[in-house]
Design a binder for this molecule. Structure first.
Ligand code: 5AD
Ligand code: SF4
Length: 444
């Protein structure tokens, strides 16, 4: 007879950014507190939670497709709870659309009431009716960390929520509300506790970390927060994302330069190299101002590397605008970049602009951009051959039979070892470079 586990099981499916990945850790924490354990697959689960994203149409389509595919499972398992939360549900009218399309969904919640998921499950118990609860306004910040973390030795810590920037293409301010900074003491306590537990890499998360504290009269700024965290003297890495170039300045650069723990890698999304497009995007900087900041960063920290987010096909983008983007990519020498095709998001200003770019042109431009970015990344990676780098070991790759980790610039390095190295800093002599990843030998 197959032994049945008595414990209820959960399965969380995440779409979107790092912010969402961390929020899924919070969802898992809530479910574990209620006695659920993690299921190996969807079909074992008693509750399936979709943590959705709506930044681009394909993220949404992906979630819709996967939710739809659960109809069958729900039929054979009527007690299965299906909950849908995250950015997608927070859009105007989205909850209703979901209910109509997928009447078998049990719970719909938004970005502002994630902490209430436990209470929503209670409300669902004993009723056949779906529970739909989307808060229009952001609630109080919950300073208690209940996350169930699954990425040792890396840990993510929110320092702020929401966004005030209203870039014209972006849905985020509409679904995540206004900027709210966490208390510095609570952040520092959380980071200290993670370091006490042996975590070796902390990534501070916010839509625009440079405006941390602005909503509290700037009594405690982001560079101050970084310096405070770096008072811990043991070896660890500190990263942060994302920095909006318009607010990226000398004080922050100095904090990075002064503290060894802060990785010399800055993610600075440029979006476009055309001033006309940047203006239409409401980015509040020009290509030249962006490049000036890059120069300043490299003056203080010569070995600093940069990554970026770049978009093609914003409404009205011409071949000339696009070429300006290619020129900027060459000039900024990004280590790598996330490249995106503009996606029309209903409710944003850009969605109403005339001259939306055809799919064909967008496709052609993204291919050229990806080609350039990859070539630059490969060139930079090949310079690693023969060098010794330090990586933080994150995982064992079963397929390759090798341990894997990243250097401070985020480059993946693989190596062989007879013992478990996860969580260790390893010196690797690079023997091979393939694309973006590196293979090396551990130096004793
Ligand atoms: N279409 C395509 N890409 C987008 N991004 C944000 N909104 C959109 C959109 N509507 C990209 C930006 C941002 C990254 C997180 O996603 O480049 O920096
Ligand atoms: Fe993250 Fe934005 Fe997607 Fe929300 S909409 S998950 S904030 S990328």
């Amino acid at each position: 007879m197959v032994e049945e586990t008595m414990e209820k099981q959960y399965f969380v499916i995440t779409y979107g950014c790092q912010m969402n990945v961390h929020e899924s850790e919070k969802i898992a924490g809530i479910l574990r507190k209620r006695g659920y354990v993690e299921a190996k697959s969807e079909s074992d689960a008693d509750i399936i939670v979709f943590n959705t994203c709506c930044i681009r149409e394909n993220a949404e389509n992906h979630a819709y497709g996967n939710i739809g595919a659960l109809k069958k499972l729900k039929k054979t398992k009527p007690d299965l709870l299906i909950a849908v939360g995250g950015c997608m549900t927070q859009q105007n009218g989205a909850a209703e659309k979901l209910r109509k399309k997928f009447p078998f969904v049990d719970i719909v919640f938004g970005t502002h009431n994630l902490d209430e998921l436990g209470a929503l499950i209670d409300r669902k118990t004993g009723t056949k009716k779906a529970i739909i609860d989307i808060w229009e306004k952001e609630g109080e910040i919950n300073e208690t960390d209940n996350s169930f973390r699954t990425s040792f030795p890396n840990a993510w810590v929110n320092i702020m929520y929401g966004c005030n920037n209203f870039c014209t293409y972006c849905i985020v301010p509409y679904v995540r509300g206004r900027e709210r900074s966490r208390d510095p003491e609570a952040i520092i306590a959380e980071v200290n506790s993670l370091l006490d537990q042996g975590y070796k890499e902390i990534t501070l998360l916010g839509q625009n970390v440079n405006s941390y504290g602005n909503d509290k009269g700037s009594a405690f700024t982001f560079p101050q927060l970084l310096r405070k965290i770096c008072e811990r003297k043991e070896k660890f890495r500190l990263r942060f994302m994302t920095s909006n170039p318009k607010d990226f300045g000398e004080e922050l650069i100095r904090a990075i330069a002064d503290n060894e723990q802060i990785c010399n890698l800055v993610h600075l999304p440029v979006q476009s190299g055309s001033d006309r497009i940047l203006r239409l995007m409401n980015r509040k900087y020009t290509a030249e101002q962006y490049l000036e900041k890059v120069k300043l960063l490299r003056r203080y920290i010569p070995d600093c590397q940069l990554t970026s987010d770049i978009m093609v096909g914003f409404p009205t983008e011409t071949e000339e605008d696009f070429r300006a983007t290619l020129d900027l990519v060459k000039e900024a020498k990004f280590a790598t970049a996330f490249t995106f095709v503009y996606s029309k998001r209903s409710g944003t200003i850009a969605a109403q602009m005339e001259d939306q770019i055809s799919e064909e042109v967008k496709k052609e431009r993204i291919m050229r951009l990806v080609e350039l970015v990859n070539t630059q990344t490969r060139e930079q990676s090949s310079a690693y051959r023969g060098k010794t780098i330090e990586i933080l070991c994150e995982d064992y790759d079963e397929k390759k039979g090798l341990y894997m980790g990243r250097d401070e610039y985020g480059r993946m390095g693989y190596f062989q070892s007879d013992k478990n190295e996860v969580g260790n800093f390893i010196k690797l002599k690079i023997t091979e470079t393939s694309g973006v990843s590196l293979v090396g030998q551990k130096e004793e």
